[in-house]
Design a protein. Structure first.
Length: 73
């Protein structure tokens, strides 16, 4: 079971049709152990499990690839 300290949750604009694009970005980053986007949620919630990356690191990665990303905590 993952520690809750390693699960980062964000509000995004990543829609179903963007999943392939963001999947390529996340698969290249070995520090990301697991991720998913709830495309059914109005906030298009992104959950990322990473022991190495901070929330700021993850937000920067998403933003650099053309998507919006804000802390949902």
């Amino acid at each position: 079971m993952e520690s809750l300290n390693h699960i980062h949750i964000f509000r995004t604009n990543i829609r179903e049709e963007n999943l392939g694009e963001i999947k390529k970005v996340f698969q290249k980053n070995k520090a990301i152990r697991q991720w998913n986007v709830d495309t059914e949620d109005c906030d298009l919630v992104l959950r990322v499990v990473s022991h190495e990356l901070s929330e700021t690191d993850i937000m920067a990665l998403v933003l650099q690839n053309g998507f919006e990303c804000a802390d949902l905590a």
